[in-house]
Design a protein around this ligand. Sequence first.
Ligand code: ADP
Ligand code: NA
Length: 329
Amino acid sequence: KKKEIVMSGIRPTGFLHLGNYFGALRNYVRMQDEFECYFMVADLHSLTTHPDTKELKGHVHRVLAENIACGLDPDKVALYCQSHVYETAELYLYLNMLAYTGELEKTVTFKDKVRQHPENVNAGLLTYPVLQTADIILHRASYVPVGKDQEQHLEMARKFANRFNHRYGDVFPEPHAFNYGGELVKIPSLDGTGKMSKSENQYATLYLADDDDLIRKKVMKAKTDSGPTEPNSVMPDYIENIFQLMRLVSSQEVIDKFTADFNGCTIRYGDMKKQLAEDMVNFIAPIREKAESIRTNEKYLKEIMEKGAEKARKSAKATIELVRNAMGL
Ligand code: ADP
Ligand code: NA
């Protein structure tokens, strides 16, 4: 029986962080044994906001190395660089004719980016969800492991795939966002303001490349207060965030202890953050060290990318043939 198909990607716009890991990478690693997987470094997507390509190659290598360090096996999956799979551009073009500017302008991420970079509102930014759809359905993927911030993009991918199918005939399965826990996740930032991200306040984000002392420093700076004064109080968001991070890396025993301390008003946030910092260090350090040793092996990374592109293009070419036939081109 043919395995179901999985596709996802991460932009090479900077260091990977805990949000990328728990929203996306952790799922990739678990899915690689069960599914036919295509995972890419989304260099074309990064051009919408980072047009300067001086550091792009270095970032691509870094993301690849971090993917592998997290447990992705290039022999089990197609691990490739988006720009190496030219068929993406062809499908993107066809899909652009099916996407309406009105619906693209309403995308939340588009509106955010217009606010952040009013000087560079390029057409690629507007059609980002179209390119993302092309990436996914180019492999006729059914599952897309992503964080919660990608929910709306996946809705659009389903819409465009269905629109193609209705107009030209059934070629694409419906792609669905996927997370092993069921609900998609949003890893909070350390300053209590939103999600961890590559571009926001650097101190509020834990990167997989952070050294031990930097991890400790960042965790100790996380926002707290003087603690609850009544038993079983409602937890403020910024404290709930610290517990959420703890649930990712700490033992059940530790979580239970601090939960009981909170409910009994005896919690000491300094101690809690010290514990979280050590558990974070133990989680991140081995990934950082492994990634560093892979990142500097350019020959190995080049081989991986070539092999990955070959697998991805095989799948892409088969889809493009179906698409051209369906469209009568
Ligand atoms: P970023 O948002 O940091 O620039 P990308 O846009 O390249 O990263 O996203 C790569 C993957 O990481 C996507 O699947 C995205 O949903 C996921 N992701 C990013 N930030 C978070 C977060 N804070 N929590 C959960 N998942 C996240
Ligand atoms: Na994102």
